[in-house]
Design a protein around this ligand. Structure first.
Ligand code: ADP
Ligand code: GLC
Length: 479
């Protein structure tokens, strides 16, 4: 098949979260399976310097954006066999410090930036010489693409458009802007209706995508069910129920070339399920890196996360306050909400040698935390899929997760199946429930044989993208 993927971030070029990992790995796996794949994404600051092999294409966008016209250039990079990356170069919009904002605040022209990007996507999909059969868009940033395409089909003579697939990685981010932004699409005003892009008087980009895509996927089966309920539907559950026949939950995979414990340049030592000795070395290195007391008998709880409400780190703070009286250590790598950052810094100051906090974004440290921790905390309020708990499994680190979304689909608790257990789950969205789960972890730590069984079960779990690709292909072909 010939597939054009459109995304606001993709690893290893740009990344703020799991979206980049998922889109990068899916595209790579599709190409590996023999399909022709292109990824169109913005050219953010610094990418060209890091990937000097990219070339300027013989292509210029010159597109209307409301009353003005905006130009952009296109750069391409052959990333792998059958995989080409198309970078939209529009320095005014994308040559900035952040992807979506700076110092905790979104850029105030994000609507304009991504409406423009979506127009470039539709233009590329229409005129690329290799004629994509599928156009796969991701999250709100590319949500307007289906509407732009179908309008060109109806009113502008686009004869054989690609099939449109939208993947929802997170329903909480919908890209809502004042209705005046709709004019930037240059679509007829009568298309702005509650059946399409209008949401309580505003422009809602994700809603437009849900209404307009041929097929919709989300990143775990449980989340696919959850988003059709009022509780987790973020105001779009009604529309999602209407589109239920087109909606499929496909669990993300893991790129095991990137996330593995053998020959990983980020780790102090290699280890495997058969021989976990290297993991102890990774733990010592981690304790040293965070200036914790170096002691293999003390369990380390780790966490790498965006500090956003979704992730439930306020519950973790409260639970830790109680739990840190026990023999345990905690390390966090995260960035996000300023007050949450401050609270964790204070926690580290109160518990020197026992709590280590690093604010910021650091891919290499993320690997070292996954490898050096004994347990991994993920108390999310909701979680479409979650990748870190799957990375933890592969690193022999036991995840402690809330029973929601993809966390429930990927982790096995002893209550469900003792022999296959690889993690600890809790249900209530409360600090008390999390603390109880952490106490279970401390008890598990006192039973070395059982703990090794948990680690080995986790390391044996297989979430490979090669399997996932088959499910996407079925969706692309879904009648
Ligand atoms: P989400 O996409 O909601 O943030 P996921 O669990 O799907 O959650 O993916 C998070 C990804 O982002 C993981 O690859 C994780 O390692 C990475 N990540 C999150 N915060 C940081 C950080 N501060 N530094 C490095 N990597 C981070
Ligand atoms: C989103 C979700 C996360 C998911 C990721 C990749 O960021 O919050 O749960 O794993 O997308 O699909």
């Amino acid at each position: 098949m010939r597939i054009l993927v459109a995304t606001s971030e993709v690893y290893p070029f740009s990344k703020t979260g799991g979206l980049a990992d998922a889109v990068g790995a899916l595209s790579k796996a599709l190409a590996k399976a023999g399909h022709q794949v292109g990824i169109v994404t913005p050219l953010y600051r610094g990418i060209r310097e890091r990937f000097p092999k990219m070339q300027k294409a013989d292509w210029r966008f010159d597109l209307p954006l409301g009353p003005k016209r905006v130009g952009a250039e296109l750069w391409t990079l052959a990333a792998a066999e059958r995989l080409t990356i198309y970078f939209v170069q529009q320095p005014g919009y994308f040559d900035r410090v952040g992807l979506y904002g700076e110092r905790g605040a979104d850029y105030d022209d994000n609507g304009e930036r991504f409406i423009y990007f979506d127009k470039c996507v539709a233009n590329l999909a229409r005129y690329l010489p290799w004629r994509p059969e599928v156009l796969h868009v991701h999250d709100w940033h590319t949500g307007l693409v289906p509407m732009l395409v179908s309008h060109q089909v109806r009113a502008d003579g686009w004869l054989k458009p690609p099939r449109l697939c939208l993947t929802i990685h997170n329903l909480a981010y919908q890209g809502c802007f004042p209705r005046s932004h709709f004019a930037l699409t240059n679509l007829p005003g009568n298309l702005f209706t509650p059946d399409t892009a209008e949401f309580y008087g505003q422009l809602n980009c994700l809603k437009a995508g849900i209404a307009g895509a041929d097929v919709i996927t989300t990143v775990s089966p449980r989340y696919a069910r959850e988003i059709t309920t009022q509780e987790l539907g973020a105001g779009l559950d009604g529309l999602l129920r209407q589109r239920q026949n087109a909606l499929v939950g496909i669990l993300n995979g893991v790129d095991y070339e990137e996330w593995n414990t053998v020959g990983n340049p980020h780790l102090a030592a290699s280890y495997s399920a058969a021989d976990l000795t290297g993991k102890a070395e990774c733990k010592r290195t981690l304790q040293a890196e965070f200036a914790l007391v170096i002691n293999s008998d003390v369990p380390v709880f780790g966490c790498v996360t965006r500090l956003a409400d979704q992730k439930g780190m306020d519950l973790a703070l409260e639970a830790l306050d109680e739990m840190l009286t026990a023999e345990m250590q905690f390390v966090l790598l995260g960035s996000g909400a300023a007050e949450c950052e401050r609270a964790f810094q204070e926690l580290a100051q109160r518990f020197p040698g026992q709590v280590g906090v690093r604010l910021g974004y650091d891919q290499s440290l993320a690997h070292r935390i996954e490898a050096g921790s004994d347990f991994y905390l993920m108390p999310s309020r909701f979680e479409p899929c979650g990748l870190n708990q799957m990375y933890s499994l592969r690193y022999g680190t036991v995840p402690i997760v809330r029973r929601t979304g993809g966390l429930d689909d990927t982790i096995v608790d002893a209550v469900e199946n003792l022999a296959a257990a690889n993690g600890i789950k809790f249900s209530d969205c409360s600090a008390q429930a999390l603390a109880r789960a952490m106490r279970k972890a401390l008890a598990l730590y006192q039973e070395p044989e059982l703990l090794i069984q948990y680690r080995q079960n986790g390391m044996a779990a297989e979430f490979s993208w090669d399997q996932v690709v088959k499910q996407y292909l079925a969706v692309y072909r879904k009648p």
